[in-house]
Design a protein. Structure first.
Length: 315
DNA sequence: TTTTTGCCTCTGG
DNA sequence: CCAGAGGCAAAA
């Protein structure tokens, strides 16, 4: 497992004027590609400035990042120097190179994707934000999910702090969402997903506090089954929540793209078949057999191939 | 078990 | 203008 040396606080050389107050981490882009990771469709609230800086809410903090090839500048607000936040959010304890080697042994055909998307990571996101954001993913586009999630945060979220004349918001808590109006959510483009968000918020509110986070400690299969009991959460959204909100790295969401890839790579006999619950299960198990405990991470590389054919991302 | 259909709304053919 | 978008659930 990789460890960031002195916890990201070391300074290298002379920082440019604009980043004079930022901290430096020497984790290079091929072990953490920030722009790629933040635009890979797993999170929806980061904003990039024309200067190439990234601003995003992580829990009740605002994180500011300026990536470079050899590492990245960073700061947190309002409490500065929270390297622990960044280390966890980007799952920097996970050894990417080791995963690549393991995956290539098991499935050599993944090699081009690993080159194309080198440094892509699965984020350790706040449970509730990812839980609700992926309610929005059913039959939707990343562009529209982004608009919907941001609108929701501005409408019902508590402000974190102001920076450069802009206010950044927390993701709304369950109480606010359970009292939200369906009409407001529909104005924010949630469409037929709006009542599902409110229903899920009410469900969470009826559980013990911390119930959602407690699913992180349960085995993946149990967490997945628990989520599927909620109205409006099927196998695919449950897997997105398991992977992105609950940090179950073996969860492999099978969307329409991954289904085609599974058919192409392993089951040409199923070409043209629709994705039934039984076939969903077998496809997901297939990827888990192939890629192991971090199959969800491998899935994200294959997903990006389909989502963004032709795009490569170095800085 | 599987396929079909409706559901919000935007975008690319 | 239509089909499809990181689906889901109800119905047959």
């Amino acid at each position: 497992m990789h460890r960031a040396g002195a916890p990201g606080l070391s300074r290298s050389g002379k920082p440019p004027e604009s980043v004079i107050s930022l901290n430096w981490s020497d984790i290079p882009q091929n072990r953490l590609n920030i722009p790629l990771t933040l635009t890979s469709g797993q999170c929806f609230r980061w904003e990039q400035t024309p200067e190439g800086e990234w601003y995003g809410a992580v829990g009740n903090s605002l994180v500011r990042l300026k990536p470079e090839e050899a590492g990245f500048w960073w700061e947190t607000y309002p409490e500065p120097g929270r390297w622990d936040l960044i280390h966890r959010y980007f799952a920097l304890d996970v050894d990417l190179e080791g995963l690549y080697a393991q995956w290539r042994r098991r499935e050599p055909r993944i090699a081009p994707s690993l080159r194309r998307w080198a440094g892509l990571r699965i984020l350790r996101q706040e449970a509730q934000e990812a839980f609700f954001a992926f309610h929005c993913a059913t039959c939707n586009t990343v562009v529209k999910i982004t608009r919907s999630v941001r609108a929701l945060a501005q409408r019902y979220g508590e402000p974190i702090c102001d920076l450069n004349g802009k206010t950044f918001y927390r993701f709304p808590d369950v109480k606010r969402l359970s009292d939200a109006s369906e009409r407001a959510l529909r104005e924010d483009l949630w469409g037929f997903r709006a009542p599902r968000v409110i229903a899920s918020a009410r469900h969470l509110r009826m559980q013990e506090p911390g119930w959602l986070e407690s699913l992180r400690e349960r085995p993946y299969r149990e967490a997945h089954a628990e989520l599927m009991r909620l109205e409006g959460i099927g196998a695919k959204v449950a897997d997105c929540i398991c992977l992105f909100a609950l940090w179950h790295d073996e969860a492999t969401p099978i969307d329409t793209h991954l289904w085609k890839i599974a058919v192409e790579l392993y089951r040409p006999d199923l070409r043209g078949r629709s994705l039934t619950p039984a076939l969903y299960q077998s496809a997901a198990d297939l990827f888990r057999d192939r890629f192991g405990a971090y199959a969800g991470w491998a899935q994200q590389y294959l997903f990006l191939d389909a989502l963004n054919a032709g795009r490569t991302y170095t800085t």
